[in-house]
Design a protein around this ligand. Structure first.
Ligand SMILES: Nc1ncnc2c1ncn2[C@@H]1O[C@H](COP(=O)(O)OP(=O)(O)OP(=O)(O)O)[C@@H](O)[C@H]1O
Ligand SMILES: [Mg+2]
Length: 230
């Protein structure tokens, strides 16, 4: 039988991921948007309800709770579809994430990322870096006023480094240590949990440079391998 080529596999994977991301987007944007419109319409209706029918108030509350739970489900399902991007490997997932970012914000991203890493990090390692990149890009969209972002993923001698640089207004140094900077704290904690380190510094020419340095777990020793196979 005809064997699919590597290129065919890659094209199939990319097509599947595009389909997943389209569904995630439609779920989040269309369905999520409609649910919010329904919630608002319900609030308007509730405001005009006759005061002498208190049992109707309970029913409105029930419908409102149901809408909230459905909004949560839509968020969870669309996030799950997006996280499935990691099935393609960290480099491909980050490339997909930056394309989505540009589509949503209009901010250009230059990526220096191999098509695939020579060694794939463990799933929790890949997922932590993916989430750090997500928070960094969200911060850039919300706070930086940047017009360009550069994302670099570099693996050398099992040291895996992710850096994300923007050409925006830069982070006020006082803000970096603010206790309510939960986004920044979360990124530091995720990097720390991997035994890595995250730093924020002024980017050359203005803006912010975020760097996460981590180390991949050593490959399994042959003796250990043997033991596991026994
Ligand atoms: N790339 C950036 N450029 C400029 N300022 C930034 C950038 N990233 C973060 N900041 C500043 O650092 C602050 C703290 O960021 P952090 O992610 O902790 O919180 P947040 O984005 O305000 O809220 P959230 O908890 O929703 O993430 C931001 O409010 C913003 O002032
Ligand atoms: Mg944030």
């Amino acid at each position: 039988m005809h064997q699919p080529t590597l290129l065919q596999h890659a094209l199939d994977d990319a097509a599947r991921q595009n389909e997943r991301s389209r569904i995630a987007r439609e779920l989040h944007d269309d369905l999520g948007g409609n649910l919010i419109a329904i919630k608002m319409a319900l609030a308007r209706l509730a405001a005009r309800m006759p005061a002498d029918q208190p049992d109707l108030g309970g029913q409105v509350q029930y419908i409102d709770d149901l809408i909230d739970r459905t909004i949560d489900s839509v968020d969870r399902i669309s996030l799950g579809l997006r996280a499935a991007a990691l099935d393609l490997g960290l480099a491909a997932a980050l490339a997909w994430q930056t394309r989505e970012f540009t589509r949503q914000t209009g901010i250009a991203v230059i990526t220096h990322c191999p098509d695939a890493l020579a060694y794939e990090p463990a799933p929790d390692h890949a997922s932590a870096l993916f989430h750090i990149a997500q928070e960094a890009l969200t911060n850039i969209a919300r706070h930086a006023g940047a017009t360009q972002v550069t994302l670099t993923l570099h693996l050398a001698d099992r040291h895996l480094t992710l850096s994300i640089c923007d050409n925006g207004r830069g982070i006020d140094p006082a803000v970096r240590t603010r206790p309510d900077a939960f986004g920044l704290r979360g990124m530091h904690e995720r990097a720390g949990a991997l035994g890595g380190a995250l730093s924020l510094s002024p980017a050359p020419g203005g803006g912010t440079m975020l760097t996460v340095k981590t180390r991949l777990a050593p490959p399994m020793a042959p003796a250990q391998n043997k033991k596991q196979n026994e």
